[in-house]
Design a protein. Structure first.
Length: 218
């Protein structure tokens, strides 16, 4: 397949397999989504979804969050890992939202990325899923699959995001990034991947892709 043919095939396959794309992180509004995405760094969505109800029961707004101490937040979110960074980030970003944004999550990449513990990927998820702004958050699933499907060279997440935005129409980004995540989990895992059993890899012809991917990670 040419790259253009691959793009069309990928879009059609993902739409057939995952026509609905609910946000996998449980949330109520932009603020709780922001906190959930922050907690998901190097942690599974399943674990985050077990922890956020406990946290949001005590504090689901910036006003309530800063009534807790960093230590109290840490005691709740500890199972998500990276506890000091996440607990301090949650407390301090909540304080900044109150002081600088009237307690609301800002609707710009620049303002979001200026918040403690909020990187480009987290900001992209919030912008796309909370506010409907076209974005293409790239996590490890998307980074890996973009390489396997010859859509990017796999050398950096930043380059992968740039390549995917160039290849796919902007109107597809918000749904497509979730479809790729769902597909990766169901059919194209990091370990034990069998290209012959993968609906997309077997068609695109991923010969020796796993070996190349492993070489890049060394």
């Amino acid at each position: 397949m040419t790259k253009k043919e691959s793009v069309v095939f990928i879009i059609e396959t993902l739409e057939k397999l995952f026509p609905e794309t609910p946000v996998p992180l449980q949330h109520r509004d932009p603020y709780t989504l922001l906190i959930a995405v922050l907690l998901s760094a190097q942690c599974t969505d399943e674990r985050v979804n077990k922890i956020t109800p406990l946290l949001f029961e005590q504090a689901s707004t910036p006003e309530d969050m800063i009534k807790l101490s960093v230590e109290e937040i840490a005691s709740i979110v500890r199972p998500c890992g990276l506890t000091p960074m996440k607990s301090n980030g949650i407390y301090n970003l909540s304080k900044i939202l109150l002081e600088q944004h009237d307690g609301k999550v800002p609707q710009s990449f620049e303002a979001l990325e200026a918040l403690p513990a909020v990187g480009h990927k987290t900001a992209s998820v919030v912008m796309s899923q909370a506010f409907g702004v076209p974005a293409f958050p790239v996590d490890t699933h998307i980074h890996r699959l973009a390489f396997r499907w010859k859509l990017s060279n796999g050398k950096s997440v930043k380059q992968t995001e740039k390549d995917l935005k160039r290849l796919f129409d902007k109107t597809l980004w918000n749904k497509l990034h979730l479809q790729i995540i769902f597909f990766g989990r169901a059919y194209c895992p990091a370990r034990g991947h069998q290209p012959s059993n993968c609906p997309i890899c077997k068609e695109i012809g991923r010969k020796d892709m796993d070996k190349q991917w492993a070489a890049l990670k060394r």
